[in-house]
Write a protein that binds this ligand. Structure first.
Ligand code: PEP
Ligand code: MG
Length: 583
């Protein structure tokens, strides 16, 4: 039995056999196999080579037919080099020897051998040879695609419950998991607000990230316990531990059942202050879950997920259908549609020939939309068409300055004019707001407030950009905290500026979904929060257990503190007193 800890990102307990998923883009972890499996792995490696050769040969024939002259020669040369490597007997022998002598998987042996050769090439002074390293990585990717392809199929056609273990999961991969079979998730990489973590939370799958080297010490079909409440993963637990965690799991389910009882009750503090409790969604089907959990509307619809679970770009009708379905669940309640927040860890990098060096600071979100007007207009067209179906609000993400906001609004007006010309109905008074998720937006909130109907504070990115800490990087995850005094000061500024300008304000970042923060946010003046659907009952229970006077006192005390550690401890202690079961 081995107990490892990471960061708890999605609550609940899971106990099941592990299924390890590899990713082509990352170093493949060393994984030992039973010596009896070596033959199978050697055969898998051989087949991967044969399939890669036939794939490349077909590709070569197709290219030969379409290209001419110099281009053709260059591409033919590249194919020839790759094929030569794939036919190289000594390379294959190295790989099969490695599987045989060290009892490792074919995936690991291929990756390790090719990466060693590539790194050897990189060190050679002759630029012709050092550039060949890129070819080797390419060959590695091709072979891994062959070897991992079947694994991907497996995850799509599960027939028994598993716990998924991976080096890193993308939001797209996570969104594709079938909740009926994927009972838990553990990843080596990631942080509390990485998008894969957010998706796991939305799906209600217990998850722990930042496990560092879990994938290296686990084999497929090991029994694994995921404790998504405390950030613990136990590999091959003994029977006593399994029984103990089965007990915790029953308690957790019982708590959820108890909380479900308040789903119809309002989110009102003990002294009668009403709080609006909305839900965050990534897919239209989740709107129904928000409703079931007692949410009063959608405060954040992450529409970029429309791009992440399909092979081609969504059409205007695809957008419209998704919005109409969401609005259908909340006819007379607000549905805040955030325009696509593509880029950074979502979608665009894999489409680029050369990925951006700093994607979180790059062509992301509203910046991407303002550079890809046709795509942006398609979405706005669909949102406006859907605006007559309910109480739709439009929200622009990652605004950093007034000019960007003005440009986005101008495009929206253009689309409105197009609809007017085509006599298509839309709500001419649709509310338009922005996410405040960059320090620059927070610091200029008073001027931005004049041109919008509402703000929603995106604490996930606001924390990342204020503290210069990558929200998805486990190496710096201990530095990532929304309880940092710098983050809290910015949040306070935004709340004050929104109140002064008399515009609506909500918090939709994960901070609002975490029980320890809700009392502070209320005390700072927040009256609307949007949280992950499974967290709605818990957050409501805390709201219903406190008075505004108590919240104000907590906020006053916290805003006088200047250490993140002190603030975190105080918040945790306070929330624990209010709702001990949540901790
Ligand atoms: C945020 O940044 O807080 C937010 C809600 O947006 P996302 O998590 O989708 O970046
Ligand atoms: Mg964000």
């Amino acid at each position: 039995m081995e107990i490892k800890s990471g960061i708890a990102v999605s609550p609940g307990i899971a106990i099941a056999k592990s299924m390890i998923i590899d990713s082509e883009d990352y170093r493949i972890p060393r994984r030992s196999i039973n010596p009896s499996q070596r033959k199978v792995e050697i055969q898998r490696a051989r087949e991967a080579f044969e399939n890669a050769i036939s794939e490349l040969t077909k590709l070569q024939a197709r290219q030969d037919a379409t290209l001419t002259g110099i281009e053709q020669r260059q591409i033919r040369d590249i194919f020839a080099v790759h094929l030569r490597f794939l036919h190289d007997r000594s390379l294959r022998k190295k790989i099969t020897d490695l599987i045989h002598t060290e009892s490792v998987t074919a995936v690991y042996a291929v990756s390790k051998t090719l990466r060693e050769i590539a790194s050897h090439f990189t060190r050679v002074k002759d630029p012709y040879i050092s550039e060949r390293a890129a070819d080797i990585y390419d060959i590695e990717r091709r072979l891994l695609a062959q070897l991992l392809g079947s694994r991907r199929e497996d995850i799509e056609h599960l027939t028994e419950e598993v716990v998924v273990v991976a080096r890193e999961l993308s939001p797209t991969q996570t969104a594709g998991f079938n909740k009926d079979f994927v009972k838990g998730i553990a990843a080596d990489a990631g942080g509390r607000t990485s998008h894969a973590a957010i998706v796991a939370r939305s799906l209600g799958i217990p998850a722990v990230v930042a496990m560092e080297d879990l994938t290296e010490s686990i084999s497929g079909s090991d029994t694994v316990i995921i404790d998504g409440n405390h950030g613990i993963v136990i590999v091959n637990p003994d029977s006593k531990t399994i029984a103990q965690y089965e007990g915790y799991s029953r308690e957790f389910v019982e708590l959820e059942r108890k909380l479900d009882a308040i789903k119809k009750k309002p989110a009102v503090t003990r002294d009668g202050v009403k709080v609006t409790l909305l839900g965050n969604i990534e897919f239209p089907e989740e709107a129904e879950i928000v409703l079931q959990k007692g949410g009063e509307g959608i405060g954040l619809y992450r529409t970029e997920f429309l791009y992440l679970n399909r092979p081609s770009e969504p059409t205007e009708q695809d957008h419209y259908t998704a919005y109409a379905e969401t609005i259908g669940a909340f006819k007379h309640r607000p549905v805040t549609i955030r325009t696509m927040d593509l880029g950074a860890d979502k979608y665009t990098q894999s489409k680029r020939f050369v990925p951006e060096p700093n994607p979180f600071l790059g062509l992301r979100s509203i910046r991407f939309c303002l550079k890809n007007l046709a795509v942006f207009k398609t979405q706005l067209h669909a949102i406006l068409r859907a605006s007559v179906l309910g109480e739709v609000k439009i929200m622009f993400p990652l605004i950093t300055n007034l000019q960007e906001l003005m440009q986005a609004k101008m495009i929206l007006r253009d689309v409105m004019e197009d609809l007017d010309e085509a006599s298509i109905a839309y709500n001419k008074h649709v509310e338009v707001g922005i996410m405040i998720e960059t320090p620059s937006a927070a610091l200029t909130a008073c001027s931005l407030a004049r041109d919008v109907d509402f703000f929603s504070i995106g604490t996930n990115d606001l924390t990342q950009y204020t503290l210069a800490v990558d929200r998805g990087n486990e190496l710096v995850s201990t530095l990532y905290s929304s309880a940092d005094p710098a983050v809290l000061r910015l949040i306070r500024t935004v709340i004050q500026d929104a109140h002064k300008a008399q515009i609506d304000l909500s918090v939709c970042g994960e901070m609002a979904s975490e029980p320890q923060y809700i009392i502070l946010l209320l005390g700072m003046g927040v009256r609307t929060v949007s949280v992950a659907a499974p967290m709605i009952p818990e957050i409501k229970q805390i709201i219903r257990s406190v008075t505004m006077e108590e919240c104000n006192k907590v906020a006053r005390k916290i805003l006088g503190m200047n250490s993140e550690r002190q603030i975190s401890n105080y918040l945790r202690d306070t929330a624990r007193k209010v709702m001990p079961e949540a901790f």
